[in-house]
Design a protein around this ligand. Structure first.
Ligand SMILES: Cc1ncc(COP(=O)(O)O)c(C=O)c1O
Length: 481
């Protein structure tokens, strides 16, 4: 396959992507080539990306130009880089990397044949149809107005506020700002509160698109590692003190990707740490209502501290296609957000807001079905993993939509590349990492129906075996950095 060079990665950006590529060893062309290969295989350097000139790259990496030249030679030999006089060098996948016969597996010919486990996104609930019908009847009332509602539609703000009150956090509609999803909500808050060069504290691992938003603003993520059973709150507090981040971004409700929930005592401790350092926190509640237990849920973080800016979403509880989320904060903050928002967008679509307002009338029913379905699918996934990948380790989460699996070796990017060739798309651990690490981990969602999950895990097991058995030595036996 011939790739035309497209995007250009700058030296500095490549250095950031490479992280500490030589580890503790002396820098060598072998290590650098392996690190670049890993970025290509992991999809963080898409094929076609133009590389910086040798001199720029050597300068950015602080290595000799000879080492860079040797690295490019190695990558060219392995088929990961192509060069043309006058056009420079760009990354590519080796020919044969997508060669069906050489791997003996099932290969998709069309995107629709891929079983998508890269996103933990459920399909729409059956109640959506009736909600659309009801919303359509209400729509004409809106048509005499101009249709711009930068705060969001009053009826939707009211219903979201009511749900918070029901969850133990008294809330008025003036405290709600409707956005185009939780990601949009976080990006708006980030843009308003944080300036380039400042720091934002995140959990490690964390939600990849939040990291994208942070990096996109030239803000530095400060990563606090999660431990076996959740948050190391003392370490988190120490990081707040020592690094003085401008903001924290945290997912205490069925954390993506680990699925762990912070209990009430932990929330109180976190609130104290935020108060002591005067740090505001965006609390991403996207998965809060995908609760697969019968336990009384802990109150939302904002019940513990007014430093918590809650961000919610219709995507997991209802449907991602609505593209609606919200911010729950003080009325004053919401007012400031409305003013700040105007630079980016002027409000969310009215019809979708009416649909969500209607769906919220059926919220308990929709969520109960989501719960039952997710429990069943979680069980199907666990059963398939036990059968086909018995050495993978995970804790069965109390909520959320995915398992976070320790796959036993630092090869999750390679497994996900092989899996794509077997017709399964996955998000490897590195996607959730600030440094591109977490190669022992793979997130596996349980949002597909049971039969598709079983098929996906069978294919995944074949892909994992192909990585272990190594049919393509130039890729699969590359040193891991
Ligand atoms: C933790 C978390 N935050 C935000 C989002 C994005 O939500 P939305 O679709 O509302 O933008 C997701 C979606 O997967 C998520 O898991």
């Amino acid at each position: 396959m011939v790739f035309t060079p497209s995007a250009h990665v700058r030296g500095r950006k490549l250095v950031e992507l490479l992280g500490c590529w030589s580890g503790t060893a002396r820098p060598s062309s072998q290590l650098l080539a392996a690190a670049v290969r890993q970025l290509v295989l992991d999809g963080r350097l898409p094929p076609g990306t133009r590389l910086p000139a040798e001199r720029e790259l050597a300068g950015a990496l602080g290595v000799s130009r000879t080492l860079v030249a040797r690295t490019l030679d190695r990558l060219r030999e392995d088929g990961f880089v192509a060069s043309r006089r006058g056009a420079g060098s760009w990354v590519k996948l080796p020919d044969g990397e997508r060669d069906n016969e050489s791997h003996g597996g099932w290969f998709p010919t069309a995107d629709s044949e891929v079983l998508n486990l890269a996103q933990a996104t459920p399909s729409a609930p059956p109640e959506l149809g009736a909600a659309v019908d009801r919303a359509r009847l209400r729509f004409p009332e809106q048509l005499s107005g101009h249709g711009y509602q930068p705060h969001g539609l009053p009826v939707l703000r009211e219903r979201i506020a009511e749900r918070y009150t029901k969850r133990g956090l008294p809330t008025g509609p003036g405290q709600i700002l409707i956005t185009n999803g939780a990601q949009h909500a976080f990006a708006l808050v980030l843009r308003m509160l944080v300036s380039p060069g400042e720091r934002v504290l995140v959990e490690h691992p964390t939600y990849p698109n939040a990291l994208e938003a942070i990096r996109g603003l030239n803000v530095t993520p400060v990563a606090v590692p999660m431990i076996e059973d959740g948050w190391d709150l003392e370490l988190l507090a120490a990081n707040l003190r020592q690094t003085s981040p401008r903001l924290a971004y945290l997912i205490p409700d069925f954390h993506n990707p680990t699925g762990i929930r912070l209990d009430a005592a932990g929330r109180a401790q976190l609130a104290r740490a935020l108060a002591r350092t005067c740090t505001s926190a965006v609390i991403d509640e996207t998965l809060a209502e995908i609760d697969l237990t019968n336990d009384e849920p802990p109150p939302p973080m904002a019940a513990f501290t007014d430093r918590a800016i809650l961000v919610g979403s219709a995507s997991k509880s209802f449907w991602g296609g609505l593209r609606l989320g919200w911010i729950r904060a003080s009325e004053d903050f919401v007012q400031r957000m409305v003013i700040g928002r105007a630079a980016v967008d002027l409000g969310s679509p009215i019809l979708e807001q009416l649909v969500l307002a209607e769906l919220l009338q059926d919220a308990d029913q929709v969520l109960e079905r989501r719960r039952t379905e997710s429990i069943e699918r979680r069980e199907s996934l666990v059963a398939a993993l036990r059968e086909h990948l018995p050495h993978w380790r995970y804790r069965v989460p109390d909520g959320g939509l995915a398992l976070w699996c320790d796959i036993g070796a630092p090869v999750s990017s390679r497994v996900s590349v092989a899996a794509e060739q077997h017709g399964v798309r996955l998000a490897p651990g590195a996607r959730f990492s600030v440094y591109g690490s977490l190669e022992r981990w793979m997130r596996v969602p349980y949002t597909l129906p049971a039969d598709q999950l079983a098929a996906a895990i069978r294919r995944l097991a074949a892909a994992t075996a192909s990585v272990r058995d190594g049919p393509s030595p130039n890729i699969l036996t590359a040193p891991i950095v």
